[in-house]
Design a protein around this ligand. Structure first.
Ligand code: F6R
Length: 369
């Protein structure tokens, strides 16, 4: 049932191109418009929404952090993202014009479920993004958009994460479509870019041997840091989470702009630091800033592991290890940038003799608080 792979996690990493494509399938009509009829929220309600609040835990929370960039950029609706476990005890401000999005692979996570119950009590409309048909979270929500990742067995989430991102992009575009802030041709252009992603993830997967080799060489390290900016920041958080749960190593993700406000004090000789570099096209300011961040940490002895777009030459002089990813629009980069981090964590876990599919102390679905 592992399809020839040693671990479910490897199989699920490899299934990501298909999972991404399946999650897009049937959701775009011949004219290039989104047809999210399954999301049975009346357009009138969506037009009235004045705030989006995303609640989730763990990896699904990281998908939510990325969704915020897309939702605010494409719809101009303010969007908050909060850990479900914090949200539900905070007395959050919600009403009938708030759209609450609950993201959950399993559909059974207790904190996320409690957060959405609380939101519905305040009169908010709740949309679930979920991978498990008929599970509790979608059953208790007003609407659901299913991710089509297929069953995810490994405790560490991989393909579900990528499909959560796709679903979030679709919701953001759909909101834009219904509210008229995104026009058909713009939506078509993003959809075209999204349709390319599956093949690009495939290409990333084909070039992962150096990443595995690098991971094995770092098996004795105690700490790895991850840096990113913009949507690369949640990717850094996700890379660190994967490493903690699988390799049982101390790992932390930072917004690169925060370096000088504390974390740079952690940098010492030969400390591995993974840096997710935004595209040099488009928002080039971000790119330039991160190149200086890489220089700064390297000057202090860090061993830099740089994830950068193909053709980005500016990073070459400062990268001790360079991992190439295909060029994508800035907002979609997490779909390709996360993949090397998954492979990295999985290989490090193996090299350290850990149980990849069943990390210690963790359960696939957290149905208690
Ligand atoms: C990390 C991981 C967990 C889950 C979290 C939420 O790899 O798997 O952090 O993402 O427990 O689970 P769901 O999405 O089922 O609500």
């Amino acid at each position: 049932e592992k399809g020839g792979y040693d671990y479910f996690m490897l199989k699920e990493i490899a299934e990501q191109p298909k999972a991404v494509a399946d999650t897009l399938l049937g959701r775009i009509d011949a004219a290039g418009s989104l047809t999210l009829d399954e999301v049975r929220i009346p357009p009138g309600v969506l037009r009235e929404v004045d705030k989006v609040v995303i609640v989730a835990c763990g990896t699904a929370f990281h998908a939510g952090l990325i969704a915020k960039y897309a939702i605010e950029h494409w719809t101009r609706i303010p969007c908050e993202v909060e850990l479900a476990s914090e949200f539900r005890y905070r007395d959050p401000i919600l009403d009938s014009r708030s759209l609450v999005i609950a993201i959950s692979q399993s559909g059974e996570t207790m904190d996320t479920l409690m957060a959405l119950r609380h939101a519905r009590e305040q009169g908010s409309c709740v949309l679930a993004i979920c991978n498990t048909n008929g599970s509790t979270i979608p059953r208790e929500s007003d609407a659901v958009l299913y991710t089509h990742a297929g069953p995810e067995v490994a405790v560490a989430s991989t393909k579900a994460f990528l499909t959560q991102l796709v679903a979030c992009y679709l919701v953001a575009l759909y909101l834009g479509q219904v509210r008229g802030t995104k026009w058909a041709d713009e939506i078509r252009a993003v959809i075209r870019d999204l349709a390319q992603i599956s093949g690009q993830v495939e290409r990333v997967l084909e070039t992962m041997e150096p990443v595995r080799e690098l991971a094995r060489s770092l098996a004795e390290k105690r700490t790895v840091l991850f840096l990113g900016r913009h949507v690369g920041y949640p990717v850094a958080l996700e890379g660190a989470l994967k490493l903690k749960e699988l390799a049982y190593m101390h790992a932390e993700g930072f917004a690169a702009g925060e370096l000088k406000h504390g974390p740079i004090a952690l940098v010492e000789e030969d400390l591995p630091v993974v840096v997710v570099v935004p595209s040099p096209r488009g928002r080039s300011v971000l790119h330039d800033k991160i190149v200086s961040n890489i220089q700064e940490i390297r000057a202090r002895g860090a061993r830099t592991i740089v994830i950068a777009e193909e053709g980005d030459e500016a990073v070459v002089p400062y990268a001790d290890h360079l991992v190439r990813i295909p060029a994508t629009p800035t907002l979609l980069q997490p779909l390709v940038a996360t993949v090397p981090l998954q492979v990295f964590a999985c290989e490090l876990a193996t090299a350290r003799g850990n149980e990849v599919d069943q990390p210690r102390n963790l359960a696939k679905s957290v149905t208690v608080e």
